[in-house]
Structure formats: C-alpha cells, structure tokens
Write a protein that binds this ligand. Sequence first.
Ligand code: GDP
Length: 508
Amino acid sequence: MTSPRRTFAIISHPDAGKTTLTEKLLYFGGAIHLAGEVKARGQNRRARSDWMKIEQQRGISVTSSVMTFERDGITFNLLDTPGHEDFSEDTYRTLTAVDSAVMVIDAAKGIEPQTRKLFEVCRLRSVPIITFVNKVDREGRPIFELLDEIADMLALDVAPMSWPVGMGGEFEGVLDLVTNTISRPEGDSRAFLGKTEADPKLSERWAEEIELAQAGYPEFDAEAYRNGDLTPVYFGSALKDFGVAELIGALAEHAPPPRAQPAEPAPVSPDNDEVTGFVFKVQANMDPNHRDRIAFMRLCSGTFKRGMKLTPTGHGKPIAVHSPILFFAQNRELADEAFPGDIIGIPNHGTLRVGDTLSERADVRFTGLPNFAPEILRRVQLKDPTKTKQLRKALDDMAEEGVTQVFYPEIGSNWIIGVVGQLQLEVLLSRLDAEYKVAAGLEPAPFETARWVSAENPSDLKDFMDLNRSAMAKDRDGNPVFLAKSAWEVNYIADRYSKVRFAATRER
Ligand code: GDP
C-alpha cells in the first residue's frame, strides 16, 4: 500500500530563511535522499561542483532539486525553487508541479517583492498556501501589523494557528492556538529542545493580545484554504527549531494530496490507472562529459514501475525508463515504483523537453506549462565561424532545458536568444565556453521583445508573415515568432492585423 503524498514548494524572498527551513524540515522528517547527491560520486562529484561555481560566485541557487522525507506515514516531496528573481521562469514551471506551497516570511520584513510575485503564480493556479512567519526569536514587526499586511497585500484571509509570545529579547515561546500548548526556549541557545507546556499561564499582556487575535481573525477553514482563499499562519524560528514540527503537521493534516491535472482531452485524475506525467524541468551538467540530462517528471496518475515504456506525446518513440531516479527511495538500488505526486528523474540525451507529457498510450497532453515572452533579446556573435554547428547544438540544448529561448530569423544568419532575466545570459556564456567549447559574445539585437503568432485562418498568418519577413523568426520547435522593436510596436502591429493572435506566453 502506498503512503499518502504531499508534493509542495517553499516560496519566499531571498534571506527569509528558506534554506534553513528546508534543512530543518528534512532533519525533522528524517530525510532519506537529497537530489543534489544524484550521480555525484567520484569524478562526477567534481564535475558537478565545477558547475556549482557559478552558483557560489553569485551566492544563489541556479539549479533546483527535489527532496523527500517521510513522517507519520506520509511521504513529503519538497520541490526546491531557485530564489533569485532572474530565474522566475524556472520557478514558475516548478510551481506547476506542486499541489501546495509554504510561504516563508521574515517577521521583521513582512511581504517582500519576490514573495509577492511567487504568490501571484500560486494564485493563478489556485495553489493553496500555508504561511510560516520566520525569525520570531528576533525582534520583528508587530504581529497584528504583519497579519494585516498579508491579508491586504495578498487579498487573502489569514487564520493564525499559533502565536509568538513576545519576540526578540522578550521571546517566551510559541503558543499553539489549537492545542493551547507552548513550546519554550531553553539553555544558552534559547532554542526549542523539546520543552512544551500545556495550558500555560501567560502574563496579562500576552493573554490579552492572544484573546484579541482569536477574536479578530477568521478561524481556519479547510475548504477556504484548499481553494486558495485563506492561509493558515504559523509562527516560528527555523534557526531555533520553533514551529517546524507544527508546519510538517499542518502539511500532513491540511495540505491537499495530488489533485487532478489540467490536460487534453480531459483532466487527469490521480486515480487513473494509466501512467501519465509531465516534464517540468530539465537539468544538465550533472555530468557534463556525457551530456547527460535529467528530465524531472511529475507523475500524475498510475503506478510507475522501473523499465516501463513511456511515450512523449506529439513527438518521438516510446522510451523505456530503465534507470529512473526515484527521489523518495530509501535505497536507490531497490526503488522501482513511484506514485502520483512523486517526481521521477529520467536520464536522457536531450530527447525530453520541458512541457512534454509522458504516458503509456500517448493520447493525453498536459496543458498549462507556460513559455514566457523574453524581456531581453541578444544577438549571438560567434568568435570562431567553424563552430556554427556546435553553437546551434548548444543553443538548441539550452532552449530545451528552458535556460534561454532561441530564435532563428527568417532572414540573415544572426541567431537571437531571449531570456527573462540578465543572469541567464551569464549562465549561457559560461556554459557555451565550459561545456561546448564555443567562444561567443552577445551583442544588442535590434528587437526588444517577441510574440508567438498564430491565426485561425492559415492564409491570414501567411499574409502577415510575408509582409513582415524581416521581423519573423522560428523558435526551437519551428513555431513562428514575431520579433518587435518595442512593446509599442507589438500593439501597433496587433491593431493592424486583427486576425493574427500575438501571444506573450506559449503553452507547450
Ligand atoms: P534563504 O535565502 O531564504 O534561503 O535564507 P537562509 O536560510 O539562508 O537564511 C538567511 C539568514 O537568516 C541566515 O543568516 C540564517 O541563519 C538566518 N535565519 C534563518 N532562519 C532564522 C531564524 O529563524 N532566526 C534567526 N534569527 N535567523 C534566521
């Protein structure tokens, strides 16, 4: 019998404590496997850590991973999202693979820009959110102010589930409002070492504050939470271990199990017997020498078994998945099954792409994994003209992984790449050099943005393309793209060609 699954991500602004909280969740959950360790043995470990250099230099996490832990008979799959805003595209896609999210907020800072952006993505997909207000061991903003800010800025009901009794120097512990039990700091570290007290006697000041809170905010409502209309709020300190066990408990009790996923011809329920899933991320560089890639697939239905044949919808032959990486495996050698909500790493040589649906019968296609219109376009300038082929391969590979987008203009040979953030450009150049041995530079392109074009009537599209040839290009998959000099031009052209659709995102 399979255990229930909770597949979730943590969203936060850099520095709020996501890394610390992740470590503590894994620790409290008795982590069994870290995806970062996949294939990282011997030589490969060195190769991988080379690639990590760019992450270290920038102090950010470029790659993301899957971490799994078990507690009280429930399997938790935590999908890491890169925190840096330049990687929002990657982050957005990861959020398509989770059933719920934990929003970490710094008690001294409240809602910060990146938290808010990620929250909006969750809202688009009605992903339910549990809030964790972190760092209550330090001086923070008044609790009422914080709660009201969450409610106002995110247009969300807030239901406090616990309450910090004092903060910073006055910190006396965290009171669980459901059980009326307080977790107390202990020893020099003032950390939570397991000391709890039921029905504690609090000084009048705190007792009044808590009474006010309970009267002033809505009670937890499971349905409103699951619809994305209400967030239960937990207070704690990831560093000092407060609130971590309660957070795991909340995920276990309230967070939704795998849900039906949007697909064509019809949504796919996790109870469906047929194995289906979609690729939300492709990661290279785990072993640069072999150009190995790992496609991260979220299993949406069926029981996956090692060696199973899965077919990517729309392209390619069935592939036998002989050596899947099953992140939840206690012992990777023995693991050979996965269930809806689990993530499977599928090694491949570039056949699998972000957005691909994989299934046993290839008659279903998951929808809703967006490609975003690039905000920065650059012309790629090759320093050694004999390396054209390598460059094309590299650009195609990275487009496949979703690192950058690539556009091949109809006229001329200057390939153009598009990204949503500056940092992706650096990653591109450094990988061209390190992995493909291609020296290239980037120069400004005469375009500022791009739109995928389509039309109900093929002749309308053809007329448009014929008349605008100098601005037309194809993306990696051969779809027509209009390159525009400005957002203003997009509007202007869109007005003139009312039968042509100009899309800022492309669903794969
Ligand atoms: P991330 O950027 O969101 O991953 O944040 P980190 O987990 O790296 O934490 C950022 C900084 O805040 C680090 O110096 C942590 O030690 C510190 N930090 C994290 N959680 C807490 C907490 O609960 N209390 C205090 N005082 N500091 C914390």
